[in-house]
Design a binder for this molecule. Sequence first.
Ligand SMILES: [Fe+2]
Length: 526
Amino acid sequence: MKSVSSINRRLLLQRAAALASVSVASATLAACEWPTSSRPVFKSYPFTLGIASGDPVGDGFVIWTRLAPDPFDRASVAEESIPIIWEIASDADMKLVVQKGTAIARRGLGHSVHVEVRGLPSGRPYWYRFRIAGGDASPIGRAWTAPEIGSALQRLRFAFASCQHYEQGYFTPYAMMVKDAPDLILHLGDYIYESSWGEQVRRHDGAEPKTLEEYRNRHALYKTDMHLQSAHAQCPWLVTWDDHEVDNDYQGLESEDWQDAAAFVKRRAAAYQAYYEHMPVRHIAFPRENGMQLYQRSTFGDLLEVSMIDNRQYRSPAACRNPERGGGSVVTADCKELFDDARSMLGKDQERWLTGGFRRSKAKWNVIGNGEMFSRLRQKTDEGKEGWWTDDWNGFPNARERVVAAMAKSKLSNPVILTGDIHSFWINDVKENFNDPNSNTVATELVGTSITSAGVPYEQFAAMLPDNPHIKFFESRKRGYMLCEVGVQSLAAELKVVDDVRDPKTKGSTLAKFAIEAGKPGAVKA
Ligand SMILES: [Fe+2]
C-alpha cells in the first residue's frame, strides 16, 4: 500500500544519482565564491532556533532557518547580510545531495531565510540542512514532496496542535508527537502568547511585546524549546495563526482594549513580520504594508486537500462589543449586529476563495485548518438567556451558514474542520441548520486540546452539553494534540495527552479514539 511515509526507496536512490548532476540553485552567491576573509565568525553556534520545513507541493517545499547565536540579541550577528548554503539530499545522512544553493539572511528580516525548493520529483522524502561556508551546519530536517494532485494515495498521517503557552508548561506533547512520526503537522494558532496569566513553570522574556524586536524575541524564546524544534525537524508543517500571535481577541485592525488605532496598526504589522520571520511559509505570505496572506491550500494526491484559513486578519469587529473592554463577549439574540449578513469572519476575498475551492476539489477528504470553534455552542448568559460567544464562529452565524451552505451545495466530499483556540477536545457534528439539532450533519469538527495552555473550566463547559446534542465528546482537563490517519475508507483520530505538562519528564497516552467513515459525516467512538 502506497503512503507518503513508505515511498519506494530504491527508485528514490536511482533518481537521486540522476538529480545530483542537475542541481538547481536559487543562489546569488556560490559557496566557493565567498572570500575567506569575509566569512562571518559567530561567537557561538548560530542555528540556535533550529530549522523547519513547510507547505509541501508536488515538486518541492519551503525550508526555513534564522541565524541567532544569541536568540535575544540581534547584535550577536554583526553583518547586514550573510549567505547561507542550503542543501537537499535524498538520504538522511546528507550524502546524496540533489539540490543546493545559497540564500541571503538579511538583518531586515531578522537574518531569517525562506527557500522555496522546487524541481524535485513528487511523492518522495528528502532531508535538508543549512551551512555557513567553512563553518557551522544546522541540524538535519526531514521533508517530502507531495504526491501529484489526483494520483492514487492510500494513506497520510497528520497531527494538529494549537495553543502553546510557554510559561504554563514544557512542550512535551511535541516529544510524543515526534514518536508518532506523522507525515505532516498542522498548527492552528497561538504559536506564541503575548501575555502572561495562570500558573507558571517558566517565564517569558519580558512584558507584552509591542515592537518588532519584542515579538522577535518572543518567537525566539518559544523556538528555544527543543521539543518544538524537533517537531519542526520531523516533517513539514502547515500553519495559521489565531489572536495571541498579536493580541488577545484582536479583530482585523481593532485591538482587544481599544488601543490607539494607528499604534495598533503598527503593532500588528510588527507581530505579522515576526511571525513570517519564524515560520516555514511561502513567499506569497511575505508581509506587506496592509497585511500578510496566510490562507492557502495544499493537495495530496487524490486523498486529501487542506485549506488553512485565517480567521483574524480580515474579520469584522465583534458584534455588540463591550465599550469598556473590547474583544469577545457573550451576547444574546437581541444583538441585531450578530445576524448582519455583511459581517464576515474571513473577509469577502478569503470566503470566496474557500467556497470556490469546495466547488473545484476532487479530493476524497477535505480538511479545513481553522482557528476557533465552528459548531454552534449554546450557552446561557448570567440572566439565563441563550448566549452567543462573539470571538469564535458563534459570533458570525450568517458567515458560518454561508460556508456550510457552500459545502452542501458543492457536495464537498468528506469535509472535516480542525479547530484550536479553546484548549480542550471536542468532537462535533456540524449541522446544516445550526438551530435544528435534527437537521443533516454536513461535516465533522475535531477540536484539539492545547499543547500547554490552561484548559477552559471543565464543569462550566460540561454543563452546556445537554443543550448541545451535536457535541459527542468534550474534555478540557488534558493537554496534548490530535493525531489523524486519513485513509480511503475512513479518517481515524486519536486524542493524545500527557499526564502533566508542568513535568518535563511526563508520560503520554491516548485518551480516546474516534473514526469518521467516508460518506458518513460525524465521528463515532472507535
Ligand atoms: Fe490559545
